[in-house]
Ligand binder design. Structure first.
Ligand SMILES: Nc1ncnc2c1ncn2[C@@H]1O[C@H](COP(=O)(O)OP(=O)(O)OP(=O)(O)O)[C@@H](O)[C@H]1O
Ligand SMILES: [Mg+2]
Length: 236
């Protein structure tokens, strides 16, 4: 459902060009939970933002459901993102002056969905993430773990085929992290949404079905390819 081919990316500052991703190739299947593992600066967020269509790569192709999103115009891309892609941020990114329920409903407001249906869907998702009783509170009245549950519910309300999460448990303690991972796994099982989760913690990655490891912008392991370590020229 997601295929990355010959993907390279460099950032340019004035005359200096820094290569960040180097000729990356991998496949992700519909319904998988994938961990994008690597140390700080290895290129995880850059890769995630490219796959989510938030920026364009220097080189290569990214197919989501057989469409190369790299070739899309800005307008096509924002339409595609709205329909097919969800995002979960490390810092939750909720809107403070909207209630929890209104935050979850927000993506449907932009799609002009009837308020009654919006509310019903938001309440269903808040129930699935275990906080239906918090619906009428504001984000500031919730714990970090609860705020992340809200942002998970919000990412799912448009029923995207893939959700990208950049260190979704990065701000949480170990117990809360486990709860959030359990929620993601349960949602993945019931809704068959594909999740791509960035993490620098091996313990988090090992709970997923498929681990993609980055080192200095190179793809170093892909268990989907038999768990081989790709080294030297192979990793390039
Ligand atoms: N906008 C930018 N301009 C220039 N360089 C950038 C930019 N964004 C990222 N980089 C560089 O790209 C490299 C990879 O950054 P990236 O944010 O993808 O790493 P990461 O694996 O997500 O790290 P972390 O675990 O710390 O979040 C880093 O060396 C970073 O300095
Ligand atoms: Mg990052």
């Amino acid at each position: 459902m997601l295929r990355v081919e010959g993907l390279s990316h460099s950032f340019t500052n004035g005359t200096e060009t820094t290569p960040v991703l180097r000729s990356i190739n991998f496949n992700i299947k519909q319904g998988e939970i994938v961990a994008l593992l690597g140390s700080s600066g290895s290129g995880k967020s850059t890769l995630l933002n490219l796959m989510a269509g938030l920026m364009k790569p220097t080189e290569g192709a990214i197919y989501i459901a057989d469409t190369n999103i790299v070739k899309m115009s800005e307008n096509q891309l924002s339409e595609f993102r709205r329909k097919h892609i969800g995002f979960i941020f490390q810092a939750y990114e909720l809107i403070d002056n909207l209630t929890v329920r209104e935050n979850v409903e927000l993506p449907l407001v932009f799609q002009s969905v009837h308020p009654k249906i919006r509310k019903q869907k938001a309440m269903e998702l808040l129930t699935q993430v275990g906080i239906p009783d918090k619906a009428e509170l504001f984000p500031s009245q919730l714990s970090g773990g609860q705020q992340q549950r809200v942002s998970i519910a919000r990412s799912l309300i448009t029923e995207p085929s893939v959700i990208f999460a950049d260190e979704p448990t990065g701000n949480l303690d170990t117990k809360t992290e486990e709860e959030i991972l359990a929620i993601l796994k349960r949602l993945n099982a019931t809704m068959s949404t594909t999740f791509v989760i960035v993490t620098h913690e091996r313990e988090v990655a090992e709970q997923t079905q498929h681990i993609i490891t980055l080192r200095d912008g190179y793809l170093v392991t892909d268990p989907a390819a038999g768990g081989r370590q790709l080294i030297g020229e192979e990793a390039r």
